[in-house]
Design a protein around this ligand. Structure first.
Ligand code: ATP
Length: 378
C-alpha cells in the first residue's frame, strides 16, 4: 500500500487516478525508505512512468531506464532503425545499470528495477565527480557498473582487472527522462572527468563492413557488444557479439533451472543469426558449434555433480566496501529482491576498504537437481 502522501504526489505528477488504482491493485507500486529518504518504486510501467521509475518524497521523479531495441541481423537492422542517417557507436559494457541522482544533498544510485543500492551508493563517489550535481542538480547520470567484483554479476569486462568501475552512457533529465544529445553528453563527461563507455565514432549504413570488423574485434577481445545511437538519442539499438552470446550461456548453464528457457533460446537464436549473416562455414563454424555445446553443457553437468555429492548450486562473489554495515545492508537488500545471500568472509584490504565475500545460494535449482538425481520420475 502506498501512503496518501505519495498518492497525492503521483496524482500531481500527472498519473491519472484510475491508473493509480490499477497499479495499486496489482501491487505494482512499492513504498520504501533509504537512509531517511522515502520513495515509491514502479514495478510496472504506467503512462510515461516506465518500470523502474522512482518518485522521491521531494516530488522528484527519476524515470526507469527504457528498453533498447535489439538487432540480430546487423546490416538489415541498422538500415531499418537508422535508415541512411548517421549514428554514434559506443561499447555495450557488460555490467549492471545504475542511475545516479542527487536528492536532498545525497547522491544515490538506483538499479534498473528501481531499488536504491547500498553498495553502489557507497562506492559511486570513487568514480563520479560530484561537482557535476552542484552544477546540474536536475540531471541523472546513467551508466554501467562493471568489473570482477560486482554484487550482481559473476563476470565483468576483460579490461577491468579488479574491483568495479563506472562507465557513463546516458544523461537524462529528472521528471521527463529525456536524454541529452550524444555530443552534449560526451562534452559534459569530459568537462567533469566522468568515465565513459568507449566511443567508436559516427557510422552509417554504408559502413556496415567496418562495423562488422569492429564486432569481430570486440568479440575476440571478449567484449559484449555495441549500442548505436542517433545524435539526438531518439533512435537506439544494440547488437551483441557472438562471444557474449556463448559466454552468457556458459554463465547461465551453471544455474540452469533458475533461468527461464527463453534465456538460452534467445542467445542461441542470436548466435545463429550471426553465423548466417556472416556465412560462417567450415572449421570456424565447427568451433562455434563446439563452443556453444560446451558452454551449454559443462557448467550444467558440474552443477549436477556438485548436488549429487551433497553440495548445492551457488555462486560466490566478492565486493569492496568502505563500511562493514554496507555489507549487511546488501544482505537485506538482496532479501527484498527475493535472493538469499550469506556473508562468507570479511577481509581488511587497507586504505579504508573491506573485501566482503558473499555466497548466493539457488535453493530451487538445487532442489530440482537433487530430485532428478534421486530418481524422480515424471
Ligand atoms: P532491455 O531489453 O530492457 O534493454 P536487458 O537488460 O535485457 O534490458 P541488455 O541486453 O542488458 O538488456 O542491454 C541493455 C543494457 O545495456 C542497458 O540497460 C544498459 O545497462 C547496458 N549498457 C551498457 N553499455 C551501454 C551503452 N553504451 N549504452 C546504453 N546501454 C548500455
Amino acid at each position: 500500500m502506498v501512503s496518501s502522501y505519495f498518492k497525492n504526489l503521483l496524482l500531481k505528477l500527472g498519473l491519472p487516478e484510475e491508473r493509480l488504482e490499477i497499479l495499486e491493485g496489482k501491487g505494482a507500486l512499492a513504498e520504501d525508505e533509504f537512509e531517511g529518504i522515502r520513495y515509491v518504486r514502479f514495478r510496472d510501467s504506467a503512462r510515461n512512468f516506465r518500470r523502474g521509475t522512482v518518485v522521491f518524497e521531494t516530488g522528484e521523479a527519476v524515470l526507469g531506464f527504457p528498453h533498447i531495441k535489439r538487432v540480430v541481423q546487423l546490416e538489415n537492422g541498422i538500415r531499418r532503425v537508422f535508415k541512411n542517417k548517421p549514428f554514434y557507436v559506443e561499447e555495450k559494457v557488460d555490467g549492471y545499470n545504475v542511475r545516479v541522482v542527487k536528492v536532498n544533498d545525497k547522491i544515490l544510485a538506483i538499479t534498473r528495477g528501481g531499488f536504491l543500492c547500498p553498495f553502489t551508493t557507497e562506492r559511486i563517489e570513487d568514480f563520479v565527480n560530484f561537482d557535476f550535481f552542484k552544477d546540474y542538480p536536475n540531471l541523472v547520470l546513467v551508466g554501467e557498473m562493471a568489473g570482477p567484483e560486482s554484487p550482481y554479476l559473476v563476470e565483468g569486462p576483460p579490461y577491468v582487472k579488479k574491483d568495479i568501475e563506472f562507465f557513463l552512457f546516458d544523461i537524462q533529465e529528472k521528471g521527463s527522462g529525456r536524454s541529452l544529445p550524444v555530443e552534449e553528453r560526451y562534452r559534459l563527461a569530459e568537462e567533469y572527468g566522468i568515465p565513459q563507455v568507449e566511443r567508436f565514432g559516427l557510422y552509417d549504413s554504408s559502413k556496415v563492413g567496418e562495423l562488422k570488423e569492429l564486432i569481430e574485434r570486440l568479440s575476440e577481445e571478449k567484449r559484449e557488444g555495441i549500442v548505436m545511437k542517433s545524435p539526438d538519442m531518439k533512435r537506439i539499438a544494440k547488437y551483441v557479439t557472438p562471444y557474449a552470446n556463448i559466454n552468457d550461456i556458459k554463465i547461465g548453464s551453471h544455474i540452469f533451472f533458475d533461468l527461464p528457457h527463453g534465456y538460452f533460446m534467445q542467445r542461441i537464436k542470436r548466435l545463429a543469426f550471426y553465423l548466417a549473416e556472416n556465412h560462417v562455414k567450415g572449421e570456424e563454424f565447427e568451433n562455434y558449434a563446439k563452443a556453444l555445446g560446451i558452454a551449454l553443457l559443462r557448467p550444467f553437468v558440474e552443477s549436477i555433480h556438485e548436488v549429487a555429492n551433497g553440495g548445492e548450486v551457488d555462486e560466490t562473489f566478492t565486493v569492496r566496501v568502505k563500511n562493514i554495515t554496507t555489507a549487511h545492508k546488501m544482505v537485506t537488500h538482496f532479501e527484498r529482491l527475493g535472493v538469499e545471500i550469506h556473508i562468507e568472509d570479511i577481509e581488511d584490504l587497507g586504505n579504508g576498504y573491506w573485501g566482503i565475500t558473499f555466497k548466493r545460494v539457488y535453493p530451487d535449482a538445487t532442489r530440482e537437481i537433487r530430485e532428478l538425481w534421486n530418481g524422480l520420475a515424471f
